[in-house]
Design a protein around this ligand. Structure first.
Ligand code: FAD
Ligand code: NDP
Length: 372
């Protein structure tokens, strides 16, 4: 069993950004990047796509896998230890936190790792529908992210379809009106699930048609491995009537599944099983456990927002660990349980104490940041 100050679970932009910050702060983070965890390769969701055009710093775009390979190299460059295994069991009820690896997680097995702090960045997966033709035209017309893919030329001035009746479907449909000739939203029931305000805007948009009680049944298109989708078969579930419509884009907005099964019952999750974090922070319901990326964000779900929240988690974990160190030397600052509470007043006191005490080692530059 190995002990580390901080372990990161996950390997997307949130995990790697956290790793870069923590390793530069000389905390020697360990990252469990997963071995096809949740069916996705190490590197996360971006490994399943082609060009990323909205990640700053790449004016010509960059391949999703290439971006993640580079992030991995950057994490390693500063000393992150990356382990290609999936964490399949955790015990967050006591400190140090305990983590078990897949295939070695039985009741009587020793944990593979213990840690003073854990950053959860296990991400989420966009739900798919398993329609006939879906595999063939995935990323060749079908996408699960309009904000990511909507601007590509194949969708310009073409009829586009969105499936779903929630806020995401409404937002994505309205976003797509900038590019498509017309956008049709297929809603399987007779009503939208989206908030009233969003639904009103959607229904009022002249470039959008909402078809209620309607589902897609098949995606059709050009032959060959690079063939694009051109048509969609849709069915009215009330009348049973089927038709084939022109469609050059199909955007799924039928929800995401955050990768939180591992933490259920141990940490606060919301009704859709996303990890609950204190707004504007990475703090979870457990001091010392931080969450970043899509696993705690059902609204924005972008590489850059995930990376940003990974940075926040690293800074907060670093602060948590340094406050804990200070309180070990000054027990009056410790709580009854021996854990450092995450409270602004105590945080400020400890930051002051940390400033007065020379650390000797290379103190991270942001430790002096008055915002922290
Ligand atoms: P994820 O990318 O979700 O990665 C988390 C990874 O952690 C998992 O995939 C897995 O490998 C690993 N993991 C999970 N559980 C465990 C475990 N128990 N143990 C160890 N490892 C584990 N965003 C953009 O900004 N621009 C785009 O152009 C864009 N295009 C996209 C295209 C597609 C097809 C998809 C699906 C998404 C796209 N996104 C895009 C969204 C973007 O990919 C996500 O917002 C982002 O990747 C989320 O990052 P994350 O760090 O939360 O984790
Ligand atoms: P939701 O779960 O809210 O909505 C998913 C939609 O997909 C529902 O209308 C559902 O239909 C439909 N659906 C699910 N499965 C299928 C299927 N097999 N075939 C056809 N339709 C299907 O997910 P969202 O991603 O829209 O939203 C997630 C959360 O994020 C919500 O809390 C939302 O409010 C929030 N959010 C907020 C935003 C904002 O405020 N701007 C923007 C985006 C998200 P049915 O209704 O019949 O179940």
């Amino acid at each position: 069993m190995v002990h580390s100050k901080v372990v990161i679970i996950g390997s997307g932009p949130a995990a790697h950004t956290a790793a870069i910050y923590l390793s530069r702060a000389e905390l020697k983070p360990v990252m469990y990047e997963g071995m096809l965890a949740n069916g996705t390769a190490a590197g996360g969701q971006l490994t399943t796509t082609t060009d990323i055009e909205n990640f700053p710093g790449f004016p010509k775009g960059i391949g999703g896998s290439e971006l993640m390979d580079d992030m991995r190299k950057q994490s390693e460059r500063f000393g992150t230890e990356i382990i290609t295994e999936t964490i399949s069991r955790v015990d967050l009820s006591q400190r140090p936190f305990r983590l078990w690896k897949e295939w070695a997680d039985g009741e009587n097995e020793e944990p593979a790792h213990t840690a003073d702090a854990v950053i959860i960045a296990t991400g989420a997966n966009a739900r798919r529908l398993d329609l006939p033709g879906e595999t063939q035209y995935w990323q060749n017309g079908i996408s699960a992210c309009a904000v990511c893919d909507g601007a590509v030329p194949i969708f310009r001035n073409k009829p586009l379809y969105v499936i779903g009746g929630g806020d995401s479907a409404a937002e994505e449909a309205m976003f797509l009106t900038k590019y498509g000739s017309h956008v049709v939203v297929l809603v399987r029931k007779d009503k939208l699930r989206a908030s009233k305000a969003m639904a009103k805007r959607l229904l009022a948009n002249p470039k959008v048609t909402v078809r209620f009680n309607t589902v897609a049944t098949q995606v059709l298109g050009e032959e060959g491995p690079r063939g694009l989708m051109t048509h969609l078969k849709v069915k009215n579930v009330v009348s049973g009537e089927e038709e084939t419509v022109d469609a050059n884009g199909l955007f799924y907005a039928v929800g995401h599944d955050p990768a939180t099964a591992l933490f259920k019952g141990q940490i606060d999750l919301d009704s859709e099983e996303y990890i609950v974090t204190q707004p504007g922070t990475s703090y979870t319901s457990i001091p010392g456990v931080f969450a970043a990326g899509d696993v705690q964000d059902k609204r924005y779900r972008q590489a850059i927002t995930s990376a940003g929240s990974g940075c926040v988690a690293a800074l907060e974990a670093e602060k948590f660990l340094s406050e804990e160190e200070s309180s070990e030397e000054n027990p009056a600052a410790a709580t009854e349980t021996g854990q450092t509470r995450i409270e602004p007043a105590a945080a400020e006191q400890n930051a002051e104490a940390a400033k007065e005490k020379p650390t000797g080692s290379a103190a991270a530059e942001y430790r002096q940041n008055p915002l922290l």
